[in-house]
Design a protein around this ligand. Structure first.
Ligand SMILES: [Zn+2]
Length: 119
């Protein structure tokens, strides 16, 4: 089976390491890859911003312990955070930008705001 262009699947001739039939295909391929990567990055950034917004709202309201099923956490996605630190006794601390919290027993607890950048 012969080699084909990674963009348009046209048969390739010439050097064995050739991946594209022409410069236009090479450019189109890399532009598409870049757009796909940027799209995913933008999606994750939106989730992190929403998590941060919710943590800030809870912190400002004086809420430091809340059930994961509470309506005020609607839109919060536990799968995304900006840092994780594991402690002994299976305790794990999470950060979402300047906000720190624990997740235990179906609750988010000890919501804290840090100003020093440390976890
Ligand atoms: Zn091509």
């Amino acid at each position: 089976m012969g080699r084909v262009c990674r963009e348009c699947a046209a048969p390739l001739a010439g050097r064995s390491d050739k991946q594209f039939c022409c410069d236009a295909c090479r450019t189109a391929y890399h532009n598409r890859k870049y757009r796909e990567q940027w799209h995913d990055t933008a999606r994750i950034n939106r989730i992190l911003r929403e998590n941060r917004r919710i943590l800030a709202m809870l912190f400002e309201a004086g809420v430091s312990d809340i059930s994961l099923s509470d309506d005020r956490l609607r839109g919060f996605d536990c799968r995304y955070c900006t840092a994780v630190k594991r402690y002994l006794l299976r305790r794990t601390a999470y950060r979402c930008y300047e906000f720190g919290y624990l997740i235990a027993g179906g609750r988010i607890c000890r919501i804290t705001r840090y100003s020093d950048g440390a976890i």
